[in-house]
Design a protein around this ligand. Structure first.
Ligand SMILES: [Zn+2]
Length: 309
Protein backbone atom coordinates (compact mmCIF):
# COMPACT_ATOMS: atom_id res chain seq x y z
CA UNK A 1 0.00 0.00 0.00
CA UNK A 2 2.81 2.39 0.96
CA UNK A 3 4.53 1.75 -2.33
CA UNK A 4 1.35 2.36 -4.23
CA UNK A 5 0.84 5.57 -2.25
CA UNK A 6 4.31 6.88 -3.14
CA UNK A 7 4.01 6.02 -6.77
CA UNK A 8 0.61 7.71 -6.95
CA UNK A 9 2.12 10.82 -5.37
CA UNK A 10 4.93 10.74 -7.89
CA UNK A 11 2.38 10.43 -10.63
CA UNK A 12 0.64 13.57 -9.38
CA UNK A 13 3.95 15.46 -9.22
CA UNK A 14 4.77 14.34 -12.74
CA UNK A 15 1.35 15.46 -13.92
CA UNK A 16 1.71 18.87 -12.27
CA UNK A 17 5.18 19.26 -13.82
CA UNK A 18 3.79 18.48 -17.25
CA UNK A 19 0.87 20.88 -16.81
CA UNK A 20 3.19 23.70 -15.71
CA UNK A 21 6.25 22.67 -17.72
CA UNK A 22 4.77 21.97 -21.13
CA UNK A 23 3.44 25.51 -21.74
CA UNK A 24 6.67 26.98 -20.34
CA UNK A 25 8.73 24.77 -22.67
CA UNK A 26 6.49 25.71 -25.59
CA UNK A 27 6.85 29.44 -24.85
CA UNK A 28 10.61 29.35 -24.27
CA UNK A 29 11.70 26.91 -26.97
CA UNK A 30 9.01 26.31 -29.59
CA UNK A 31 7.04 29.53 -30.03
CA UNK A 32 7.74 32.26 -32.56
CA UNK A 33 5.09 34.99 -32.69
CA UNK A 34 3.63 36.30 -35.92
CA UNK A 35 5.43 39.31 -37.35
CA UNK A 36 3.92 42.78 -37.55
CA UNK A 37 4.56 43.06 -41.27
CA UNK A 38 4.06 46.81 -41.43
CA UNK A 39 6.83 47.56 -38.95
CA UNK A 40 9.78 47.17 -41.36
CA UNK A 41 10.13 47.64 -45.10
CA UNK A 42 13.07 47.00 -47.39
CA UNK A 43 13.09 49.45 -50.31
CA UNK A 44 15.23 47.66 -52.92
CA UNK A 45 14.88 50.47 -55.48
CA UNK A 46 16.15 53.08 -53.00
CA UNK A 47 19.05 50.84 -51.95
CA UNK A 48 20.09 50.32 -55.59
CA UNK A 49 19.92 54.07 -56.30
CA UNK A 50 22.24 54.73 -53.38
CA UNK A 51 24.60 51.93 -54.44
CA UNK A 52 25.01 53.69 -57.79
CA UNK A 53 25.25 57.17 -56.24
CA UNK A 54 28.98 57.24 -55.51
CA UNK A 55 31.30 57.53 -58.51
CA UNK A 56 34.01 54.97 -59.18
CA UNK A 57 34.45 51.25 -59.75
CA UNK A 58 32.37 48.82 -57.74
CA UNK A 59 33.98 45.78 -56.08
CA UNK A 60 35.07 43.09 -58.52
CA UNK A 61 35.27 40.34 -55.88
CA UNK A 62 33.76 39.40 -52.53
CA UNK A 63 36.14 37.27 -50.49
CA UNK A 64 35.73 35.69 -47.07
CA UNK A 65 37.61 33.99 -44.28
CA UNK A 66 35.89 31.33 -42.16
CA UNK A 67 37.68 31.78 -38.84
CA UNK A 68 35.73 29.38 -36.64
CA UNK A 69 32.34 27.83 -36.01
CA UNK A 70 30.08 27.66 -33.00
CA UNK A 71 28.29 24.34 -32.52
CA UNK A 72 24.64 25.01 -31.66
CA UNK A 73 21.49 22.91 -31.80
CA UNK A 74 18.88 23.57 -34.46
CA UNK A 75 16.38 24.35 -31.67
CA UNK A 76 18.62 27.27 -30.62
CA UNK A 77 18.60 28.80 -34.12
CA UNK A 78 14.96 28.42 -35.21
CA UNK A 79 12.14 28.18 -32.64
CA UNK A 80 10.55 24.74 -32.96
CA UNK A 81 13.46 23.09 -34.80
CA UNK A 82 15.05 19.87 -33.55
CA UNK A 83 17.76 19.53 -30.88
CA UNK A 84 20.25 18.37 -33.47
CA UNK A 85 23.78 19.78 -33.73
CA UNK A 86 24.17 22.55 -36.27
CA UNK A 87 27.25 24.65 -36.98
CA UNK A 88 27.33 28.46 -36.93
CA UNK A 89 30.47 29.41 -38.86
CA UNK A 90 31.98 32.84 -38.15
CA UNK A 91 33.10 34.92 -41.13
CA UNK A 92 34.92 38.06 -42.10
CA UNK A 93 34.27 39.47 -45.59
CA UNK A 94 36.53 41.47 -47.90
CA UNK A 95 35.21 43.55 -50.82
CA UNK A 96 37.99 43.86 -53.38
CA UNK A 97 38.16 46.95 -55.62
CA UNK A 98 40.87 47.71 -58.19
CA UNK A 99 42.52 50.19 -55.80
CA UNK A 100 41.12 49.41 -52.34
CA UNK A 101 39.46 46.88 -50.06
CA UNK A 102 36.52 47.14 -47.65
CA UNK A 103 36.15 44.76 -44.70
CA UNK A 104 32.72 43.73 -43.39
CA UNK A 105 32.86 42.05 -39.95
CA UNK A 106 36.09 40.88 -38.38
CA UNK A 107 35.35 37.57 -36.53
CA UNK A 108 37.07 37.23 -33.15
CA UNK A 109 40.31 35.99 -31.61
CA UNK A 110 40.72 32.48 -30.22
CA UNK A 111 40.84 33.87 -26.68
CA UNK A 112 37.17 34.95 -26.99
CA UNK A 113 36.00 31.71 -28.61
CA UNK A 114 34.34 30.21 -25.53
CA UNK A 115 33.00 27.91 -24.16
CA UNK A 116 35.37 25.29 -25.57
CA UNK A 117 32.72 22.61 -26.01
CA UNK A 118 30.74 24.94 -28.29
CA UNK A 119 33.74 25.87 -30.43
CA UNK A 120 34.94 22.63 -32.05
CA UNK A 121 37.30 24.30 -34.53
CA UNK A 122 39.29 27.53 -34.75
CA UNK A 123 41.51 28.50 -37.70
CA UNK A 124 44.43 30.62 -36.46
CA UNK A 125 45.75 31.16 -39.98
CA UNK A 126 42.40 32.46 -41.22
CA UNK A 127 42.24 34.87 -38.28
CA UNK A 128 45.83 35.92 -39.04
CA UNK A 129 44.80 36.79 -42.61
CA UNK A 130 41.86 38.87 -41.31
CA UNK A 131 44.17 40.75 -38.91
CA UNK A 132 46.70 41.37 -41.68
CA UNK A 133 43.98 42.71 -43.99
CA UNK A 134 42.51 45.17 -41.46
CA UNK A 135 45.16 47.94 -41.57
CA UNK A 136 45.28 47.72 -45.39
CA UNK A 137 41.53 48.28 -45.77
CA UNK A 138 40.21 51.70 -46.75
CA UNK A 139 36.96 51.03 -44.85
CA UNK A 140 36.05 48.67 -42.01
CA UNK A 141 32.40 48.20 -40.99
CA UNK A 142 30.55 45.68 -38.83
CA UNK A 143 27.00 44.40 -39.13
CA UNK A 144 26.64 44.69 -35.36
CA UNK A 145 28.39 45.12 -32.05
CA UNK A 146 28.78 41.48 -30.97
CA UNK A 147 32.14 39.88 -30.16
CA UNK A 148 32.12 37.51 -33.16
CA UNK A 149 31.84 40.51 -35.52
CA UNK A 150 33.77 43.29 -33.76
CA UNK A 151 36.31 41.07 -31.95
CA UNK A 152 38.95 41.43 -34.68
CA UNK A 153 38.87 45.23 -34.28
CA UNK A 154 38.73 45.19 -30.48
CA UNK A 155 41.71 42.86 -30.15
CA UNK A 156 43.86 44.34 -32.93
CA UNK A 157 47.25 45.03 -31.29
CA UNK A 158 47.81 48.49 -32.84
CA UNK A 159 44.32 50.04 -32.78
CA UNK A 160 45.47 53.46 -33.99
CA UNK A 161 46.31 51.89 -37.36
CA UNK A 162 42.64 51.00 -37.86
CA UNK A 163 41.26 54.42 -36.97
CA UNK A 164 41.42 56.01 -40.47
CA UNK A 165 39.29 53.20 -41.98
CA UNK A 166 36.99 52.36 -39.09
CA UNK A 167 33.32 53.31 -39.50
CA UNK A 168 31.15 52.43 -36.52
CA UNK A 169 27.67 53.83 -36.09
CA UNK A 170 26.53 55.98 -33.19
CA UNK A 171 24.30 53.12 -32.01
CA UNK A 172 27.13 50.57 -32.16
CA UNK A 173 29.44 52.83 -30.17
CA UNK A 174 26.72 53.57 -27.62
CA UNK A 175 26.54 49.92 -26.50
CA UNK A 176 29.91 48.68 -25.21
CA UNK A 177 28.06 46.22 -22.93
CA UNK A 178 26.75 44.43 -26.05
CA UNK A 179 30.34 43.98 -27.30
CA UNK A 180 31.54 42.17 -24.16
CA UNK A 181 33.89 40.42 -23.70
CA UNK A 182 35.24 42.42 -26.67
CA UNK A 183 36.19 45.96 -25.66
CA UNK A 184 37.26 48.79 -27.94
CA UNK A 185 40.65 50.34 -27.19
CA UNK A 186 40.39 53.80 -25.55
CA UNK A 187 42.13 55.46 -28.53
CA UNK A 188 39.44 54.08 -30.85
CA UNK A 189 36.61 55.25 -28.60
CA UNK A 190 38.20 58.69 -28.31
CA UNK A 191 39.23 59.05 -31.94
CA UNK A 192 36.39 57.66 -33.97
CA UNK A 193 33.77 59.89 -35.59
CA UNK A 194 30.49 57.93 -35.36
CA UNK A 195 28.44 57.31 -38.47
CA UNK A 196 25.01 58.88 -38.21
CA UNK A 197 22.24 58.04 -40.62
CA UNK A 198 18.50 57.50 -40.47
CA UNK A 199 17.76 54.62 -42.85
CA UNK A 200 20.51 54.07 -45.41
CA UNK A 201 23.98 55.32 -46.16
CA UNK A 202 26.24 54.77 -49.18
CA UNK A 203 29.80 54.34 -47.91
CA UNK A 204 31.64 53.24 -51.07
CA UNK A 205 30.74 52.60 -54.73
CA UNK A 206 28.24 49.73 -54.67
CA UNK A 207 28.08 49.52 -50.86
CA UNK A 208 25.10 50.68 -48.74
CA UNK A 209 24.49 50.37 -45.01
CA UNK A 210 20.84 49.75 -44.05
CA UNK A 211 19.63 50.29 -40.50
CA UNK A 212 18.05 47.20 -38.94
CA UNK A 213 18.08 47.48 -35.13
CA UNK A 214 16.73 44.64 -33.00
CA UNK A 215 19.28 41.84 -32.75
CA UNK A 216 21.40 44.61 -31.24
CA UNK A 217 20.72 48.38 -31.15
CA UNK A 218 23.46 48.96 -33.75
CA UNK A 219 22.53 46.18 -36.17
CA UNK A 220 22.70 47.09 -39.84
CA UNK A 221 22.67 45.23 -43.15
CA UNK A 222 25.35 45.74 -45.78
CA UNK A 223 24.21 45.71 -49.41
CA UNK A 224 26.89 45.14 -52.05
CA UNK A 225 26.53 45.54 -55.80
CA UNK A 226 29.52 44.06 -57.58
CA UNK A 227 31.14 45.54 -60.70
CA UNK A 228 29.35 42.86 -62.75
CA UNK A 229 26.00 44.02 -61.32
CA UNK A 230 25.40 40.96 -59.13
CA UNK A 231 24.04 41.73 -55.66
CA UNK A 232 24.71 40.42 -52.17
CA UNK A 233 23.02 41.51 -48.93
CA UNK A 234 24.82 40.77 -45.68
CA UNK A 235 22.13 40.44 -43.01
CA UNK A 236 24.35 40.30 -39.97
CA UNK A 237 22.57 38.27 -37.31
CA UNK A 238 19.01 39.38 -38.05
CA UNK A 239 18.98 35.74 -39.13
CA UNK A 240 21.61 33.20 -38.14
CA UNK A 241 20.42 30.73 -40.78
CA UNK A 242 18.38 31.03 -43.98
CA UNK A 243 15.60 29.00 -42.33
CA UNK A 244 14.78 32.01 -40.10
CA UNK A 245 13.81 33.90 -43.26
CA UNK A 246 12.26 31.01 -45.18
CA UNK A 247 9.92 30.25 -42.27
CA UNK A 248 9.79 33.81 -40.83
CA UNK A 249 10.62 32.25 -37.48
CA UNK A 250 12.72 33.81 -34.76
CA UNK A 251 15.31 32.23 -32.54
CA UNK A 252 13.57 30.67 -29.52
CA UNK A 253 12.71 33.01 -26.67
CA UNK A 254 15.40 31.59 -24.37
CA UNK A 255 18.08 32.47 -26.95
CA UNK A 256 16.75 35.96 -27.69
CA UNK A 257 16.63 36.54 -23.92
CA UNK A 258 20.23 35.34 -23.63
CA UNK A 259 21.33 37.65 -26.45
CA UNK A 260 19.20 40.55 -25.18
CA UNK A 261 17.48 40.84 -28.55
CA UNK A 262 14.36 42.88 -29.31
CA UNK A 263 12.12 40.30 -30.98
CA UNK A 264 9.44 42.88 -31.81
CA UNK A 265 12.00 44.56 -34.06
CA UNK A 266 13.59 41.43 -35.54
CA UNK A 267 10.39 39.61 -36.57
CA UNK A 268 9.21 42.34 -39.00
CA UNK A 269 12.74 42.39 -40.46
CA UNK A 270 12.55 38.62 -41.06
CA UNK A 271 9.19 39.14 -42.71
CA UNK A 272 10.51 41.97 -44.95
CA UNK A 273 13.50 39.83 -45.97
CA UNK A 274 11.19 36.89 -46.71
CA UNK A 275 9.21 39.14 -49.06
CA UNK A 276 12.42 40.51 -50.58
CA UNK A 277 13.65 36.97 -51.31
CA UNK A 278 10.44 36.34 -53.24
CA UNK A 279 10.26 39.67 -55.09
CA UNK A 280 14.02 40.07 -55.67
CA UNK A 281 15.71 36.66 -55.62
CA UNK A 282 18.66 38.20 -57.49
CA UNK A 283 19.62 39.96 -54.24
CA UNK A 284 21.52 37.12 -52.56
CA UNK A 285 20.89 37.28 -48.82
CA UNK A 286 23.69 36.15 -46.52
CA UNK A 287 22.59 35.32 -42.95
CA UNK A 288 25.14 35.81 -40.19
CA UNK A 289 26.22 32.20 -39.70
CA UNK A 290 24.98 29.91 -42.50
CA UNK A 291 27.73 27.85 -44.11
CA UNK A 292 25.42 26.35 -46.73
CA UNK A 293 24.48 29.78 -48.04
CA UNK A 294 28.11 30.85 -48.27
CA UNK A 295 29.07 27.63 -50.08
CA UNK A 296 26.22 28.12 -52.55
CA UNK A 297 27.48 31.64 -53.29
CA UNK A 298 30.97 30.26 -53.85
CA UNK A 299 29.53 27.69 -56.28
CA UNK A 300 27.63 30.48 -58.06
CA UNK A 301 30.83 32.49 -58.45
CA UNK A 302 29.64 35.35 -56.23
CA UNK A 303 32.17 34.81 -53.43
CA UNK A 304 35.66 33.39 -53.09
CA UNK A 305 37.31 31.70 -50.13
CA UNK A 306 40.42 33.41 -48.76
CA UNK A 307 41.29 37.09 -48.46
CA UNK A 308 43.47 38.78 -51.02
CA UNK A 309 46.99 38.58 -49.60
ZN1 LIG B 1 27.19 36.53 -34.90
Amino acid sequence: MALLHVSRRRLWIALVLVVIGAPAYYAAVMYSPKADESAYTFDAAAVRLLADSLPGDKPSEIRFENVMAFEFAGAMVVAGDRWRGTPLPVYSYQLVYPQQTVIVDTAMPRSMAKPDFMVPAYDDEAYGRVSAALPKASLIVITHEHMDHIGGIASYPEPARLLPALRLSREQLAHPETMAPAKLAPELVAGIVPLQYEQMLAIAPGVVLIRAPGHTPGSQMVYVKRADGREVLFLGDIAWHRRNIELVRERPWFMTALVGENRAQVLPELSALHKLAQSNPEIHQVPGHDGEVVQALVAAGLMQAGFEP
